[in-house]
Design a protein around this ligand. Sequence first.
Ligand code: UD1
Ligand code: CA
Length: 459
Amino acid sequence: MTDHDQVPRRSCLAIILAAGEGTRMRSAKPKVLHQVAGLSLLGHVLKSVAAFEADGLAVVIGPDHDNVAAEARRFAPDAEIFVQAERKGTAHAVLAARDTLAKGYDDVIIAFGDTPLVLPETYRHMRALIAGGATVAVLGFEAKDPTGYGRLLVQDGDLIAIREHKDTSEAERLVKLCNGGIMALDGHRALELLSQIRPNNAQKEYYLTDCVEVARAKGLRSRVFVVPESEVMGINDRVQLATCEALFQARKRERAMRDGVTLQAPETVFFAHDTEIGRDVTIEPNVMFGAGVKVADGAVIHAFSHLEGATVGQGATVGPFARLRPGTDLGPEVKIGNFVETKAATIGAGAKVSHLSYIGDARVGAEANIGAGTITCNYDGYFKSLTEIGAQAFIGSNSALVAPVKIGRGAYVGSGSVITKDVPDDALAVGRGRQIMKEGWAASFHARQAAAKAQSHKK
Ligand code: UD1
Ligand code: CA
């Protein structure tokens, strides 16, 4: 038995408060459904919570917010959803999850649905403070401008109270150490503390922050865990949403570079929350990743490319000015050149689509060469159909492949063809008007026209 086995594993409940009104978003949808890097604010919080493996999860939502409940279930099917019917403050919101709290977890983490950048390890540090004997652990930060935040009042290293901005004295207002909002509580004391909170403050709300004073009155300790201000960024309006997006992008870019990705102009590359990039990948300026992109080692994404729901194989090159849409799967060493759009297309190892093409609903074999301007005509206005191109096939420039259609392995399609019938392996298909030739026609045409024009000037 190792030492590790002897430490009893603590159980943890995470409660996410997401019953915010979000009126300052000026939006038809609830605040926590707005997105950063292609994922809802709530999704970000659920992802961090999942990363520290809470044993129980409760999400407190506002009335009529079925779409918030659905988003919670999408990420955490087992989450218990509670509705806070009236918005009476953060402690009141936590108590909406009273039934789950009463199950008696060791640690309770209270996260905010509008504070998406808190790292999983931060939640872990807060749990460690509780495991170390604190009854309340509070996430603190030094605010550049503390206006609006609750102030953390510390005496001899102990947190003695949190004062909401509206309730501060002049002296307290000078305190820069602020409450990030997120809290951890001793799970065996949580209900007792929360139920003793009273709404005696400027806003007549039940403040979660009053836990600290209630605990202190019982001789129980509160501790602060301090993180950079950027991590506790909360979102109330779309200006803050954009600031949060910028912070997230900066974090993701740095992570990519530290993991071995070359970004020539990092500030111009935009990642999604789930973008996965391998080592020795180079990403040129002005590249945008939508959700669901994976790029394998050694690939190069040239400037001005847009990728979404796509997999890029090892050593493949994409762009400049390429658009990879969902369902694109590029094998190793594939080349996708400029002004090429792909969608639901599997492209085999070493195949090339170098210029000005649309390849949609297609399977392209290894080492095939798709000439400039090739279009898969995949849609008849009602149905999408598949185009299959065999390995090592050669599609001449400016061809239209009218799906459903199969081009055999090693087959050759003449430039400018419209292909409507399957082409067997190793065959040549030419589907265009035949070229006709009239020797000397141009010379006699010029002579005739020039003479006619000279005649008309004389008149
Ligand atoms: C809260 C803290 C403040 C801290 C700040 C950090 C309290 C009393 N104050 O203030 O000390 O500096 O966060 O950003 O906790 N919510 C509900 N139901 C309610 C009220 C709030 O679900 O009745 C949710 C909101 O959706 C939000 C979170 O709780 O996710 C925080 O509420 P908010 O009103 O934004 O609190 P702040 O005034 O920002
Ligand atoms: Ca807030």
